[in-house]
Write a protein that binds this ligand. Structure first.
Ligand code: SF4
Length: 75
């Protein structure tokens, strides 16, 4: 389960985030590209846009469920 203490600095402000356990597998980016992106050096993903609509939230929830290491959090 993601830990807000280890939230990555690149995450945009808001309730959704990626923590430092991310292994840059790209799964969340594939599911919710409007919200998750990899760093230019492919080191890890981060949230670049918080979800607003119910569709956005559903995509982020799907990404969170698919993350193989549980690196996506929602406080
Ligand atoms: S699905 Fe999880 S491990 Fe994969 S890039 Fe996204 S946050 Fe990182």
């Amino acid at each position: 389960m993601a830990d807000p203490v280890f939230r990555l600095d690149e995450n945009v402000a808001g309730s959704w985030y990626v923590d430092d356990t991310c292994i840059a597998c790209d799964t969340c980016v594939g599911i919710a590209p409007r919200h998750f992106v990899l760093t230019p050096d492919d080191r890890h993903a981060y949230v670049w846009a918080q979800p607003v609509t119910t569709t956005d939230v559903a995509q982020c929830q799907q990404a969170m469920g698919a993350c193989p290491v549980g690196a996506i959090g929602h406080d």
